[in-house]
Design a protein around this ligand. Structure first.
Ligand SMILES: Nc1ncnc2c1ncn2[C@@H]1O[C@H](COP(=O)(O)OP(=O)(O)OP(=O)(O)O)[C@@H](O)[C@H]1O
Length: 578
C-alpha cells in the first residue's frame, strides 16, 4: 500500500526528507537537555560552582533554542509535504474519475466518491503531517532515552523492562479491536453524505412534496449511525489514554521509590535521579506517540484502501490500443443483434435482439412505455455503455473501434436530466464547442428556439446562470442543452425526452429547424409524446427492451397496437395532425 501511495509524495520528497532530518535532530537536541541538567545539579550546584552552573545553563538554553528552531522547521516542512501529498492524491483521484464510465460511477455512488476525494484524503494528509514527526521522533526518543537511562543507572532502568511490554500488549489489544470500527466509520460517512447530497440536489422536490419530515428522519438515522460508529471507534481510541497514563504514573512511582531509596543509600546522585525522571517522561511520551501513530495508521489504512480502490478501478469503457484514429464520416447508425444488460449477473436483458439500420440525415423517433429501454438503447450509440452482445456501428464502423473522444464529439446526446453549470449562458453553450464564434452560438440557439428567451434577458448571452440553471424554467433549460449539443456539429444528435418541458408549438418549431438546418445530421428523438415524433422518417416502438415495430407514423397507426394505444390516449387535447 505504501509503495502504491509513495509516488504521490515524490514531488515533495525534498520537504519530506528535510522534515524528517529536522525532526530527528530536534529529538536528539531535546534528549541532551536532561543530561546537561544532571551535570548542573550533580557538579555545578553540589560543588557550588557558579561559573560551571552558568556555563552549563547557557548550553542548556542554547540546546533548547536549537531544538525549538528545528521543531518549527520540521512542523512547516511536514505540513507542506502532507498538504502537497493530499493535493496530489485528490488530483489523481479526480482525473481517474473523469475516465470512469457511468457503470464505474454507479459502482461507487457519487457521494462515496466525494468522501473518498475529501474526507479520506484529509485523513491521509494528516497522517503524513503528523506521522512524519511522530514516526521519526518517537523511535529516536525511545531508543536514545532508554540508552541514556541505562547509562545513568542500569539497575533503575530495569523498571522499563516491565512497563514497556505491558504497554505494548494493551496497545495491541486496542488496535486489533478498533480496526474494523474505522472501516465501518468511513462507510457510515458515505451513508450520511448520500443522504445529504440527495436531499440538496432534490431540495425542490422535497419541498414540493412536503417530504421535509421524512427527509429529516432519514438524515437523523444516517447521522445517528455515523455517531454510533464514531463512538465505537473513538471510544476505544480514548481508552488508550487512561491505559497509557496508568502505566506512566506507575512507572514514575516505581522509579521514585527505587531511585529515592538509592539516593538515601548513597548509590545515586540527586541530579541523576532528576534527569532519569525526565527520560522516563520522554520514554513514556514517545510510547504514547507510537500508540497514537498506530491508531492514526489504523484509520489511514481504511482510508488509503478506499482511495486506492478509486485509483485502481479499471474504467469499464476506455480507449484501447486498437482504436483507430479516423473520423466518424457520417451519421449512419446500425444495430446488429444487440443485447444489453446493466449487470452481467442479472437474469434479464434490458435490451434484446435489437436490429436497426438508420441512414445518415434521417430523423428517427423512439417511442415506448417507461422502462421500455429507450434511453438504454440510445446510450449505446455514444458508448456510454457497451453492448453485452452484438454490435453498434456509427459511420460504418463499430463504435468500439473509434477513439472515445472522436466518437463522442460526433454523437451528441442531450440526456434526460441534463445539467447546466454556474456561469453565463455563453459559457454554458461553449461547453459544446470551446471555439464557437458568437455567430455560431446565436445560430445554434436559433435552431433550438433558445434565442427567443435569451434575447429577452437584459444581459442576453451574458446572463448569469445559477448552479444547475435554477434561474431558468424547465423548457428554457432544455432548449439551452439542445443548443449546446448542436454547437458540437454532431453527425448524430440524440434528444432523450429533451423537449418534454417545451410547449408543443415550440417543439414543432425546433423539429422544423432541425429539418432545415441539420440536413446531414441523424436526429434520434426519444419522446413520450407522439406529436414529437410523428413526422420522423422512422419510428421505433420499443416494448420491454425489444423492438415491437419500426415504420413511419401512417404505417404504425395502421398495424402497431402499442402505437395505436399511445396515439389514442394522446389524441385529445394535444392538437397535432397525423
Ligand atoms: N443505470 C442503470 N442501472 C441499472 N438498471 C437501469 C439503469 N438505467 C435503467 N435501468 C433499467 O433499464 C430498464 C430500461 O430503462 P430506460 O431508462 O432505458 O427506460 P426508458 O424507456 O428510457 O424509460 P423512461 O421513458 O422512463 O425514461 C429499466 O428497467 C430500468 O430499471
Amino acid at each position: 500500500m505504501i509503495k502504491k501511495l509513495a509516488p504521490y509524495i515524490s514531488k515533495y520528497k525534498k520537504q519530506f526528507n528535510l522534515g524528517c532530518i529536522c525532526t530527528g535532530l530536534e529529538a536528539v537536541f531535546e534528549l541532551l537537555i536532561p543530561l546537561v541538567m544532571a551535570y548542573i545539579v550533580d557538579i555545578g550546584i553540589r560543588n557550588r560552582d557558579i561559573e560551571y552552573t552558568i556555563k552549563m545553563g547557557l548550553l542548556m538554553f542554547l540546546l533548547s533554542l536549537i531544538a525549538l528552531g528545528l521543531g518549527l522547521a520540521s512542523a512547516r516542512l511536514s505540513s507542506i509535504a502532507g498538504q502537497g501529498f493530499g493535493a496530489e492524491l485528490r488530483e489523481a483521484e479526480f482525473n481517474k474519475i473523469q475516465t470512469y464510465s457511468f457503470k464505474n460511477i454507479e459502482k461507487f455512488s457519487t457521494a462515496s466518491l466525494i468522501t473518498r476525494l475529501t474526507g479520506d484524503v484529509h485523513t491521509m494528509q494528516m497522517s503524513v503531517t503528523m506521522g512524519m514527526r511522530m514516526l521519526i521522533r518517537a523511535p529516536i526518543m525511545l531508543v536514545c532515552a532508554l540508552t541514556l537511562s541505562f547509562y545513568l543507572n542500569a539497575e533503575l532502568a530495569i523498571v522499563f523492562a516491565v512497563a514497556i511490554p505491558i504497554l505494548a500488549f494493551s496497545l495491541f489489544l486496542i488496535i486489533r479491536k478498533v480496526r474494523p470500527y474505522f472501516t465501518d466509520l468511513q462507510e457510515k460517512t458515505d451513508g450520511l453524505n448520500i443522504t445529504v447530497q440527495e436531499n440538496l440536489i432534490g431540495i425542490r422536490v422535497v419541498k414540493s412534496f412536503v417530504r421535509g419530515i421524512f427527509e429529516k428522519k432519514k438524515f437523523n438515522k444516517s447521522n445517528e449511525e455515523m455517531m454510533q460508529a464514531s463512538e465505537r471507534a473513538f471510544g476505544l481510541v480514548v481508552l488508550n489514554m487512561p491505559v497509557m497514563q496508568m502505566i506512566m504514573f506507575s512507572t514514575i512511582i516505581a522509579i521514585l521509590w527505587f531511585g529515592g531509596n538509592m539516593v538515601f543509600s548513597g548509590n545515586l546522585l540527586v541530579g541523576r535521579l532528576i534527569s532519569f525522571l525526565a527520560y522516563v517522561n520522554q520514554i513514556l511520551f514517545s510510547l504514547m506517540m507510537i500508540s497514537m501513530m498506530f491508531m492514526m495508521a489504523t484509520r489511514s489504512v481504511a482510508c488509503a484502501k478506499r482511495i486506492l480502490e478509486v485509483l485502481e478501478e479499471i474504467p469499464d469503457i476506455e480507449d484501447d490500443n486498437n482504436n483507430y484514429d479516423y473520423e466518424v464520416k457520417n451519421g449512419d447508425v446500425k444495430f446488429t443483434n444487440v443485447t444489453f444488460r446493466y449487470y452481467e449477473d442479472s437474469s434479464e436483458n434490458n435490451l434484446t435482439d435489437i436490429n436497426l439500420d438508420i441512414e445518415s440525415g434521417q430523423t428517427i423517433g423512439i417511442i415506448g412505455g417507461t422502462g421500455s429501454g429507450k434511453t438504454t438503447l440510445a446510450q449505446l450509440i455514444p458508448r456510454l455503455y457497451d453492448v453485452t452482445r452484438g454490435s453498434v456501428e456509427v459511420g460504418g464502423y463499430d463504435v468500439r473501434s473509434y477513439k472515445l473522444e472522436t466518437l463522442r464529439n460526433a454523437v451528441a446526446m442531450v440526456l434526460q436530466n441534463n445539467t447546466l453549470f454556474s456561469g453565463t449562458i455563453r459559457e454554458n453553450l461553449k461547453w459544446g464547442n470551446a471555439h464557437a464564434s458568437d455567430k455560431q452560438i446565436e445560430a445554434a440557439s436559433k435552431i433550438a428556439c433558445a434565442d427567443e428567451f435569451i434575447n429577452r434577458f437584459p444581459d442576453k448571452y451574458d446572463t448569469m446562470l445559477e448552479q444547475g440553471g435554477v434561474n431558468l424554467s424547465g423548457g428554457q433549460r432544455q432548449r439551452l442543452t439542445i443548443a449546446r449539443a448542436i454547437l458540437k456539429q454532431p453527425k448524430v444528435l440524440i434528444l432523450d425526452d429533451s423537449t418534454s418541458a417545451v410547449d408543443t408549438s415550440t417543439d414543432a418549431k425546433i423539429r422544423q429547424s432541425f429539418k432545415r438546418e441539420l440536413k446531414d445530421t441523424t436526429k434520434i428523438i426519444i419522446a413520450q409524446r407522439i406529436s414529437s415524433v410523428y413526422d420522423a422518417d422512422q419510428i421505433i416502438v420499443l416494448d420491454d427492451g425489444k423492438i415491437s415495430d419500426i415504420g413511419n407514423h401512417s404505417q404504425l397507426i395502421k398495424k402497431n397496437e402499442i402505437y395505436q394505444d399511445v396515439y389514442k390516449s394522446q389524441q385529445e387535447g394535444v392538437g397535432f395532425s397525423g
